[in-house]
Design a protein around this ligand. Structure first.
Ligand code: PHE
Length: 345
């Protein structure tokens, strides 16, 4: 073993420069690997004369420590982790930012409707989407063989029992639950998702959203209903909006009506949105049938009330002239981005 061999490696270490992690690893193998230069010196050390062992031993240990320290130092300063000819990464570049989503048109409309009815003193009530036959049909005065209970319209979760579970077909079920729980006077709106077994097309979907409302107190009349709907329509569609009511039928209301608003696009002149009639249908409503009040333990001789229900997709369609219901459920970003600039409400 020669002094110069050790000094030579000390010298090389001084001059060693590595740009990449790969080069650092190569240097480590060159000095400390199985066949590395420092390892070879340790091999050679075995044959050194006894009187020289102390001196060479100290130098060799010092050398090994120095190599290890140098390798560590180079490792932390070599920035590239890939191949030396790979692309350099600029660590000072800003990170990828997450894009903020925008509100869904159905959420925008729901919030708008909720805000309007909150001003009128209504509370918001929610209930389960998987319901039982009792709350969706029975308590709402649906006769046992009413076609709306038919497999055609309702998604049953468990059929055949006395009170089968099903996906609610309207949020009137939440009104029943509210009547069971709350004392009169009651003033609630029930926004939520509903399900009907319909073939999916531009005008029908098996999922949609509703806001239904219920008002029960002493002496509530059809005139109150009409006024509430008129005020709502004017807040929602503009202060010059007119409404008209057409007689209709729902098992849970008597009398019942369908409500149209004057077309806010052609202002009554007739266009393709209102199909030339000047009117757009927006909701169903009526005076709560006394049977419904009694079923939920409310004295129908003392109290009366009105209820109404509307589809949010339909209102959003009228507001933004969307011509295909399926757009609301497909999450096509090109569609959703169109609502980015909708005002925050
Ligand atoms: N529940 C009815 C529907 O889903 C709407 C409605 C609610 C009608 C309240 C009258 C009164 O179509």
């Amino acid at each position: 073993m020669k002094r110069e061999d050790i000094d030579r490696i000390f010298q090389q270490l001084e001059e060693l420069k590595c740009k990449t992690q790969k080069e650092v690893e190569e240097a480590r193998v060159r000095f400390l690997g199985k066949k590395g230069e420092v390892t070879a010196l340790f091999e050679e050390f075995r044959t050194v004369d006894r009187e020289q062992k102390a001196e060479f031993g100290r130098s060799l240990n010092e050398l090994k420590q120095k190599v290890q320290a140098k390798i560590e130092e180079l490792k932390s300063s070599a920035v590239e982790t890939g191949a030396s000819d790979g692309p350099r990464q600029d660590l000072s570049m800003p990170g990828d930012s997450y894009e903020l989503g925008s509100r869904h048109p159905v959420s925008i409309v729901r919030q708008e409707i909720v805000n309007i009815f909150r001003k009128f003193g209504y509370d918001v009530a929610e209930g389960p989407e998987i319901e039982d036959d009792y709350h969706v049909f029975e308590a709402l005065n649906f006769p046992p063989n009413h076609p709306a209970r038919d497999m055609q319209d309702t998604f049953f979760v468990s059929a055949g029992h006395l009170n089968p579970l099903l996906l609610r077909t309207h949020t009137s079920s939440v009104q029943v639950r509210t009547m069971e729980k709350m004392d009169v006077p009651i003033r609630v709106i029930c926004p939520g998702r509903v399900f009907r077994n319909e073939a999916i097309s531009a005008r029908a979907h098996c999922i949609f959203h509703q806001v239904e409302g219920l008002y029960i107190d002493e002496g509530v009349t059809f005139a109150d209903l009409k006024q509430a709907i008129l005020l709502f329509a004017r807040e929602m569609f503009g202060s010059d909006t007119q409404i008209r009511m057409r007689p209709s039928y729902f098992p849970f209301t008597e009398p019942s009506a369908e409500v149209d608003v004057s077309c806010n696009i052609c202002h009554g002149k007739g266009c393709n949105i209102c199909k030339g009639t000047g009117w757009l249908e927006i909701l169903g409503c009526g005076m709560v049938d006394p049977n419904v009040l009694e079923a939920s333990g409310i004295d129908s001789k003392k109290y009366s009330g009105f209820a109404f229900g509307m589809g949010l997709e339909r209102i959003a369609m009228l507001k933004w002239r969307v011509n295909d219901l399926r757009h609301y459920f497909e999450n096509d970003l090109r569609f959703l981005h169109e609502f980015e600039s909708a005002p925050e409400i």
